[in-house]
Design a protein around this ligand. Sequence first.
Ligand code: EPU
Length: 422
Amino acid sequence: MDHFEISGGNRLRGKIAISGSKNAALPIMAATILCDGETVLKNVPDLHDVRQMQTLLRQLGVKSERAENGDLHLRAEDEMNCHAPYELVSKMRASICVLGPLLAKRKRAQVSMPGGCAIGDRPVNLHVQGLRDLGADFDLVNGDMLLRAKKLKGRELFLGGPFGSTVTGTANIMMAAVFAEGRTVIESAACEPEVVDLAAYLNACGARITGQGTPRITIDGVAGLTGTEHCVIPDRIEAGTFMIAAAITNGELELTNCRLDHLLAMVDRLRHIGVAVERGDHGITVSSARRLEPVDVTTQPFPGFPTDLQAQTMTLLCLADGNSIITEKIYPDRFLHVAELNRMGAHLRKEGPTVIVQGVKRLVGAPVMASDLRASAALVLAGLIAKGTTKVQRVYHIDRGYEQIEKKLCGVGAEIRRITEA
Ligand code: EPU
């Protein structure tokens, strides 16, 4: 298992190219189950989760290959297997994105029910409810969700839950509805850019989807889809993480291949903290040369502040000049990084879904344990500014979602060594 050793204290300066979005690429890869012919995806990050999705799709008869230029070519060749087993689903929750496409194209989907994970229970009831609303029969067989439907029927359905909309749930229902008879209207749909990108891909393949990016998405059923070429949107969470890297080190980073309109809530909070965010000729420049102001942050579905940047923002606010309050409204238990940051000298107190962050003058290096993808990123950020050496263990979490994070950060002045243990 690899770990990182980070020597803190360097100011970061330079340019970082943001990779393609993991959470946009994974459902689009799953959507190729729906298509005849080849799809060529550009800007797909080279990540563990992407390779994991390729493995699952291979089992489901979708061949995929990386070309030398980085493009990912995918083609559904065999429609016999409709089973995503526990061994694969338990390694990556986004495997659930094959549920809608399998049901729509092959009339049957058997997908292992994902269990809980480090960030919470993560139920999938809304995915199942939405597919049942479209006319699918549901059974639970040996921990697998088994959905069957000879023909799905379009209708109006409500997809909101106690924590708001569901991102991969919206993706699943949208993908299931592309071949449904008539019109499907999803109310309380997720508005995340990743859902918009999936709709853009599906439309380019021949689907008729409108309203993506709003809480009401309309899908008019079509007879078939044909694979196409599509360029995946930039990863807004990777971009937000590097914005914090610039801010926390009092540095200056120019981020290229990055969309400011996907990051407005983050930019709003950064500006209140005292970080300068400017749109440049080639990208976004983030710099900070002054004290950090405390702010309150509440995570919400898009366009609100993303839960996937909550942990990293907490690291930044650890060093603010006063008290901040962070409230998690998507995953109330997503706080495993709190204890680790406290081991580095932070003053954090958790009260239910809220953390009170009392700013400190400095963080100090320590051995810390990564618990999930974004919490790991928060610890790497803490290591960048901590006095001394920080050892971040279990970095396989970070490799799931950040493409060569240590190389990108070292390229702008950080000192991070990846140590591979036997
Ligand atoms: N929820 C339900 N029932 C459901 C589905 C969700 O109650 O059937 C609840 C969840 O428990 C949560 C809220 O609804 O409280 C939102 O969950 P959502 O379904 O939107 O999450 P997801 O689709 O499983 C995606 C990302 C996550 C990201 C969340 C929220 C992918 C592959 N994953 O998960 O990304 O945190 O949306 O924005 O797109 C990450 O990249 O580190 C990551 C965890």
